[in-house]
Design a protein around this ligand. Structure first.
Ligand SMILES: Cc1cc2nc3c(=O)[nH]c(=O)nc-3n(C[C@H](O)[C@H](O)[C@H](O)COP(=O)(O)OP(=O)(O)OC[C@H]3O[C@@H](n4cnc5c(N)ncnc54)[C@H](O)[C@@H]3O)c2cc1C
Length: 407
């Protein structure tokens, strides 16, 4: 079937990168990029960092400076509420509709609710979009006691921002090890200790009983009976993928919209990518929902090729970063396993890298303030060649060059 009209639902990173890739692949049909937010697409990573500390306008975060060259129909402030697949209609809340031969669901997710009494009190925030970040910033600089619920990467980034604003900060979490899902136990523990060194109180292995206050939050009561005074609470307990449209048309949904490595769903005209998609793990078995900037960019480009029936770009090794205090944390590949770990530098210092090796091959890397090593490690992991542990440990060895020479 000739594809002459494509609708992308979700005008953020995945949707934008998919639209750009459609054009760069030579597709000259219609592209309707439809987003529920009132802004043109923007970057989310600064929302839990820079936007909380400095005055930042939407224009500072824009994903593109100009849209004309993409010649697309960018529709903002419109929620898609129905996909009529037999009629190829994509229907928006206002009643407006477009006709599309292919639909990409790039709907991301919403901040997950705490589901504890008091979570709707004033002074209780989450951070998913620009309005959330601006609302939090407006209160953060005057806050004395900040309680952050959740020790994942957004919770910890906000903790670092709140300390930079001078607040007393407590992070409360049921999980004992910070960022454990993405960093594994060793590096999660290290990051938790760095936070403690910066004055953050880490309360782990404890749940939330309720939030106290009449109209505004005043305290957080924990399961163990402790009551923490709080004039500001940030809930960072993960996100819920926006799968409503997929469910409405009977696509397979299991903790996200299930897709193959190219973003195809169980309906040949409908694709999904980015934070909302559950896809085959990069290497190894099982399905994974990656929540990272790099994945959104990669999958956005891959799904564009798939929608046009073009060969897919080579899948890159997963990678993400997080900025907390003076740490630029970067991770690639698999660092959760108990592989052999080769250190380059001292983990107690401000900058070091750690390489996870299994069966003589590099499978993952973790670094603080050594992004260059992580970029090199990505190339080595992708090359899937035997590596010398001496070379990994030696700071004078350029890992990218090593990857090139070993091919
Ligand atoms: C605060 C924060 C900090 C982050 N920091 C980092 C970081 O440091 N490093 C890193 O690697 N990653 C980071 N990320 C993750 C990264 O930003 C996401 O992985 C990326 O934004 C995912 O892009 P997406 O387009 O798939 O989804 P999203 O960015 O969530 O966009 C989905 C869009 O779809 C829209 N939408 C949903 N349903 C509909 C509908 N029915 N109709 C119309 N529009 C709809 C939404 O309004 C939204 O605009 C961060 C994320 C957040 C929230």
């Amino acid at each position: 079937m000739t594809v002459s009209s494509i609708a992308i639902v979700g005008a953020s990173l995945t949707g934008t990168r998919a639209a750009e890739a459609l054009r760069s692949q030579g597709y000259d049909g219609a592209i309707h990029l439809i987003g529920g937010e009132s802004h043109e697409p923007y970057e989310r990573p600064p929302l839990s960092k820079r936007v909380l500390l400095e005055s930042t306008a939407h224009a500072d975060l824009a994903l593109r400076q100009e849209w004309d060259s993409l010649a697309l129909d960018l529709i903002t402030d419109e929620h898609v509420v129905e996909l009529d697949t037999p009629g190829r209609r994509v229907v928006m809340q206002s009643g407006r509709e477009v006709i599309a031969d292919r639909v990409l669901l790039a709907t991301g997710g919403a901040a997950r609710d705490l589901q504890a009494p008091g979570e709707r009190l004033t002074g209780v925030h989450s951070v998913r979009d620009l309005e959330d970040a601006h609302a939090l910033r407006a209160e953060l600089h005057a806050a004395e006691n900040v309680v952050i619920i959740g020790n994942g990467f957004i919770g910890l980034e906000v903790a670092a921002s709140a300390r930079a604003c001078g607040a007393n900060v407590t992070v409360v979490s049921l999980t004992r090890i910070p960022m454990e899902r993405s960093l594994g136990a060793r590096w999660g523990t290290l990051i938790g200790r760095r936070h403690e060194r910066e004055g953050v109180v880490m309360r782990t292995g404890v749940g939330i009983a309720e939030l106290h206050g009449t109209s505004r939050v005043t305290a957080v009561a924990l399961d163990d009976g402790t009551v923490l005074p709080a004039d500001l609470v940030i809930v960072g307990v993960g996100m819920t993928p926006r799968t409503e449209l997929a469910e409405q048309i009977g696509l397979t949904v299991a903790g996200g919209i299930v897709v193959d490595a190219l973003g195809a769903t169980s309906n040949p005209a409908i694709f999904a990518a980015g934070d909302v998609a559950v896809q085959p793990a990069w290497r190894g078995e099982g399905l994974v929902r990656y929540e990272s900037f790099h994945n959104a960019e990669q999958q956005g480009a891959a799904v564009a090729a798939a929608m046009l029936g073009c060969p897919a770009p080579v899948r890159e090794v997963p990678w993400f970063w997080s900025d907390q205090f003076d740490m630029n944390i970067q991770v690639t590949g698999e660092v959760q396993s108990e592989a052999e770990i080769i250190l380059r530098g001292d983990p107690d210092s401000d900058a070091f890298s750690a390489f996870h090796v299994s069966d003589g091959r590099l499978v993952g890397a973790f670094a603080i303030n050594q992004g260059r090593d992580v970029r090199g490690a990505m190339s080595l992991i992708a090359a899937d060649v035997a590596v010398s542990t001496e070379a990994l440990a030696d700071p004078s060895v350029d890992l990218r060059r090593l990857a090139r020479s070993s091919r």
